[in-house]
Design a protein around this ligand. Structure first.
Ligand code: PLP
Length: 399
């Protein structure tokens, strides 16, 4: 059979119109709620933010959740309330967004990077145990791509040594491990509602914890450290008085964002199920192609499927990862790469003592990985196009 000519070589593209890598799913309810918020006269943190916090807490299965301006804000405040101070060590995966490592730096701590397991792409209890020193204060594991970490093993390793765990669940709203939702077990967990994430408030985040006092302290620190927020001061029954016991930050969510969040939270399971359906379709279309690896499925957990990264087996291909991404774009498919290893970034390569080769799994994954589009508004036709374009290119470029 003649191999179809890739669009980048002058052939017909798989798609006429471009399929973006990620798109939010915003319904009429979200739009109406935002408009009502604007008409209500109360724009910043207030009744809608409170309602959103309650929805997140009930969903995750904790008493309290704090709504914040971002997941990064949750990581920063989470590190602070879990006791990270100047000179401490904070363990994080090298396969990571730079938000977590940056927060450790802002607190004067040293990010200690570790590699990940090649199958799950998550940190494991064994990997963490080997990196713990007497200066370790906190572990910040990432639920990579929405795949939940082995929370019991990790809590055991940490707590037996008096170390806390702050989950980076930017990808993992809706995921669970052994029937317990991500966000309900770790000492604290930070979620992202950035526009590309599982559910969105445009920008936003939330910190959850089984410890309600810890969440309350995060709430106060998210509003300058004031003991009483604007809603309590300016609403009808409010009082002007507040105190500051600890200097805080300006990390609160607004009611405009929460208006989106309330209706996104109603659909969190529906969105996750659609993502899983797409992952299954990718599995069946791509799993048997030996020129790529597909994400491992998980048996005792519910995967949030924020990402579906394939890994190119370059030894079988006459193309590299970057050219493959350009070729996919010409076929009409948007993709991305998650993540540039933390120690490759200029600041971190100078500041930390990790050369190339320090984290072989992370580095090899980065060389080979292409994240395919996976989001609820993709049609079955879109999903088929992605599979077709990937297979077409693998076929053409096979050695
Ligand atoms: C997106 C992301 C963040 C940051 O989320 P924001 O809400 O934009 O602050 C943190 N960690 C990981 C792993 C992410 O992918």
């Amino acid at each position: 059979m003649k191999r179809a000519l890739p669009a980048i070589e002058g052939g017909e593209p798989v798609r006429e119109n471009f399929l973006p890598f990620a798109l939010p799913s915003i319904g009429e309810k979200e739009i109406d709620e935002v408009v009502e918020t604007l008409r209500s006269g109360w724009l910043t943190v207030g009744p809608r933010t409170k309602r959103f916090e309650e929805m997140v807490a009930v969903y995750v299965g904790v008493v309290r959740a704090a709504a914040l301006s971002s997941c990064t804000a949750g990581l920063h405040l989470g590190m602070k309330v879990l006791g990270v101070e100047r000179g401490d060590e904070v363990i994080l995966p090298a396969l990571n967004f730079i938000a977590g490592p940056n927060c450790a730096i802002h607190l004067g701590a040293t990010p200690v990077l570790v590699d990940v397991d090649p199958e799950t792409l998550n940190v494991t209890p064994e990997i963490l145990a080997a990196a713990i020193t007497e200066r370790t204060k906190l572990i910040v594991p990432v639920h990579f791509g929405g795949r939940p970490i082995d929370i019991d093993g990790i809590m055991e390793v940490a707590h037996s040594r008096g170390i806390a765990v702050l989950g980076d669940a930017a990808h993992a709203m809706g995921a669970d491990y052994g029937g317990r939702k991500v966000g309900s077990v770790a000492d604290a967990t930070s979620f992202s509602f950035y526009v590309t994430k599982g559910i969105t408030t445009g920008e936003g985040g939330s910190l959850t914890s089984p410890n309600a006092d810890l969440v309350d302290r995060v709430g106060i620190l998210s509003l300058h450290g004031m003991t009483s927020g604007a809603w309590n001061r300016y609403s009808e029954r409010g009082s002007w008085f507040y105190e500051v016991h600890e200097p805080g930050h300006k990390y609160n969510m607004t009611d405009i964002q929460a208006a989106l969040g309330i209706h996104q939270m109603e659909k969190v399971d529906e969105f996750r199920e659609r993502r899983e359906e797409i992952a299954r379709a990718f599995d069946s279309g791509l799993r048997d192609n030996d020129a790529i690896g597909v994400p491992a499925s998980c048996t005792s957990c519910k995967h949030a499927w924020h990402l579906y990264p394939i890994q190119l087996r370059s030894e079988l291909l006459k193309t590299d990862r970057d050219s493959f991404i350009r070729s996919l774009r010409e076929e009409g498919i948007g993709t991305s790469v998650h993540f540039i290893p933390v120690h490759y970034h200029g600041y971190y390569s100078k500041r930390l003592d990790y050369g190339r080769g320090s984290f072989p799994v992370t580095e090899e994954f980065f060389e080979r990985a292409v994240s395919l589009p996976i989001y609820p508004s993709m049609s079955d036709g879109d999903v088929k196009d992605v599979v077709e374009a990937v297979c077409k290119l693998l076929d053409y470029y096979r050695r």
